[in-house]
Design a protein around this ligand. Structure first.
Ligand code: F6P
Length: 359
């Protein structure tokens, strides 16, 4: 048996722990493992395919990033091909990829990725490739799994930032608006905001009214709390308004959003007269060492993915359905994006403890 692993889309702390668990579990079964570099690019001759040994994965479980590198511009079904005039046109290179994998003697592929990569994996599976998916995203927006690795690390990074902002905001009687990742789902904002005791949390799932945000800030001010912390997901948008886009995307790349924190900060300052600052936590959330929780989950996913290969569960994805790791059809996971349930106990408790969602 010769299996391949690829990591696609935005990276997430824990990817290396998955790779390590896959490589060790597979080699201990007597299988061979190769790593496809930069998403699927290695299978299109745009990067390498490397042999992975026990030696290649020594001492990587605690490291962020991915030893296989990643890309969010490598969809083989619409691969950006540079034209003579410098522009790019999408090209379907999926047949070429499947043929290359066949020639390399790859019997099965473990594809680690978010909704975009899982969708590609499913399409390749439908064309005959033998694939097992491993869900990955710091945003925690993949359905069918309680959580994804990387999310806990990102939340802890955001909490640490909120803790630090609290002390400086209080010293200066300022409002600070902190933007976290979460294009379509506000899990990072909700979890870090509640754990970090933010005063306002704005999510893509609850369109906000800036006046309600300011009411909360002014009510705190009147009660002698002259500072406030607002945590906003990058995909949050005002009632009747739109998500703030972040310039042009590169060829083959999903739409980029962001910059909403600065807009909100300006509006708060104008409406309340309170000095307001903003910051974007950005890719800090994707970097660094995975937490113990993420390392364990990633390791469990890697081990389960190899078992799923042995059981020939092609087109399935490993998932956490507490307390077990199960395998579910990728199709099921992709049916709809997981988003914050606004009736969830965490939202109720946040509201009950005085946090405003700007609605
Ligand atoms: O993994 C998804 C995500 O974290 C989104 O929340 C964010 O919009 C995106 O990645 C940013 O990715 P990049 O800047 O690498 O394109």
């Amino acid at each position: 048996m010769r299996i391949a692993i690829s990591t696609g889309g935005g990276d997430a702390p824990g990817l290396n722990a998955v790779i390590r668990a896959v490589v060790l579990s597979a080699i201990n079964r007597g299988w061979e493992v190769v790593g496809i570099k930069r998403g699927f690019s290695g299978l299109l001759g745009e990067d390498e395919v490397v042999t992975l040994t026990k030696e290649s994965v020594r001492g990587i479980a605690h490291l962020g990033g991915t030893i296989l590198r990643s890309t969010n511009r490598g969809n083989p079904f619409s691969y950006p091909r540079r034209q003579p005039d410098g522009t790019f046109l999408p090209e379907d290179r999926s047949d070429e990829l499947i043929e290359n994998a066949r020639q390399m003697g790859i019997d099965a592929l473990i594809s680690i990725g978010g909704d975009g990569s899982l969708e590609i994996a499913l399409k390749l599976c439908n064309k005959g490739m033998r694939i097992i998916g491993v869900p990955k995203t710091i945003d925690n927006d993949v359905s069918g799994t309680v959580t994804t690795f990387g999310f806990d690390t990102a939340v802890n990074t955001a909490i640490e930032a909120i803790d630090k902002l609290h002390t400086t905001a209080e010293s200066h009687d300022r409002v600070i608006v902190m933007e976290v990742m979460g294009r379509d789902a506000g899990f990072i904002a909700l979890h870090s905001g509640v754990a970090g005791t933010a005063d306002v949390i704005l999510l893509p799932e609850i369109p906000y009214d800036i006046r309600k945000v300011c009411d909360k800030i002014m009510a705190r001010d009147a009660a002698g709390r002259h500072f406030s912390i607002v945590v906003v997901a990058e995909g949050a948008f005002p009632l009747g308004g739109a998500v703030h886009q972040l310039g042009e995307s590169l060829p083959g790349q999903a739409r980029r959003v962001g910059g909403v924190a600065e807009l909100i900060a300006r509006e708060i300052q104008d409406l309340t007269g309170k000095e307001t600052r903003s910051l974007v936590l950005g890719h800090l959330q994707r970097g660094g060492m995975p937490t113990g929780y993420d390392r364990l989950l990633a390791t469990r996913f890697g081990g389960a993915a190899v078992r799923a290969v042995a059981e020939e569960k092609w087109g399935y994805m490993v998932a956490l359905q507490t307390p077990h790791i199960v395998a579910i059809p990728i199709e099921e996971a992709l049916r709809e994006l997981k988003r914050v349930d606004i009736t969830h106990d965490l939202v109720q408790t946040a509201r009950a403890s005085g946090i405003s969602f700007g609605d």
